[in-house]
Design a protein around this ligand. Structure first.
Ligand code: ADP
Ligand code: MG
Length: 292
């Protein structure tokens, strides 16, 4: 079998077009057109790339990741080398195979959210289904689902995402009911699906999140069992940028210029407030319509 034929067969399998895959070669040969098989393979390659791009667009849309918080807008050089190395390794996505969790700890403004989002974008580029949400919002949505007796369904929808990024866990004080649904979510994903969690609270403060020592210990135990811990032991980015500006201002003649907000990448706001539960994508079946 020629390389072109093999390629055509493989691509047609991935397109779910088994008959085209089987019949192309014999029919082209019978019609004395075997030289055209290479061109056909080329056209199928274009289709494959186009589908890949459409899939990434769909994944990106479903992820609700802030569009501007990417690796391109993130300055990894200000991180300790170990942390920069860890982030580089995670970008490959291998940790998803073992349902490993990623925990980013550090003071406010140290870049945890931005780094987690950048990681999310990189995983999407690699074709993985990611969902980003502020932790408090997801908890509220799960709580509402529970009230409507729809918690299992909400959890199933979340299950379609290979990675769930829970941003700022523990930022808002929770009551017992909230702690309860959060624990259900963690238990549900344990050893099956990855979580990326950012938090300003270190483990010793997690009782504030889970409300009682037993639940806290159980939650930490599950999360940490297979995990990578990222310590954002750096100065606040905002403070640093502001400091640099003040210094520059003092050095230059425009020392009296008012200090402006540190520059943020354009379009970093999450563009909408749709609730969870949007399918990341269908695994099989015909490609859905291109997203606008
Ligand atoms: P945290 O989640 O730790 O509180 P953020 O990720 O929200 O911090 O960062 C605060 C602000 O500083 C954001 O606007 C973010 O884009 C920016 N920022 C933080 N670290 C970096 C970095 N290393 N490179 C570029 N921007 C950064
Ligand atoms: Mg944050």
């Amino acid at each position: 079998m020629s390389a072109a034929t093999e390629r055509i067969r493989a691509l047609c399998r991935s397109f779910h077009l088994p008959t085209v895959g089987e019949e192309a070669e014999p029919r082209f040969v019978a019609a004395s057109q075997s030289a055209a098989l290479a061109t056909l393979a080329e056209v199928f390659e274009l289709e494959a790339e186009d589908r890949r791009q459409r899939r990434i667009t769909r994944l990106r849309y479903a992820s609700k990741l802030p569009p501007g918080k990417t690796a391109a807008t993130f300055d990894a050089t200000r991180l300790p080398p170990r942390l920069a190395h860890q982030l580089g390794e995670l970008a490959g996505g291998g940790f998803l195979e073992h349902s490993t969790n990623v925990l980013a700890f550090g003071l406010p403004g140290t870049g945890k959210t931005h780094a987690a989002c950048a990681l999310g974008h990189q995983l999407i580029e690699a074709g993985r289904a990611v969902y980003f949400t502020p932790a408090y919002r997801l908890v509220q949505e799960l709580l509402a689902a529970k009230r409507d007796l729809a918690l299992p369904r909400a959890l199933r929808k979340l299950d379609q995402f290979e990675v769930l990024i829970l941003d700022d866990l523990g930022y808002v004080q929770q009551d017992t009911a909230e702690a309860d649904v959060l624990f259900t979510l963690l238990a549900e994903r344990y050893e099956r699906r990855s979580l990326v969690i950012t938090s300003n609270l270190v483990f010793s403060q997690w009782e504030q999140i889970f409300r009682n020592p037993m639940a806290t210990a159980a939650a930490i135990d599950r999360i940490v069992h297979h995990s990578v811990i990222l310590e954002f032991d750096v100065a606040s980015y905002r403070t640093e940028v502001a400091k640099q500006r003040t210094q520059r201002g003092a050095e230059g003649s425009a020392a009296t210029r008012p200090m402006s907000r540190p520059q943020e990448p354009v379009g970093t706001k999450n563009q909408d407030d749709r609730s969870i539960v949007q399918e990341p994508e269908k695994k099989t079946g015909p490609e859905r319509k291109r997203q606008k």
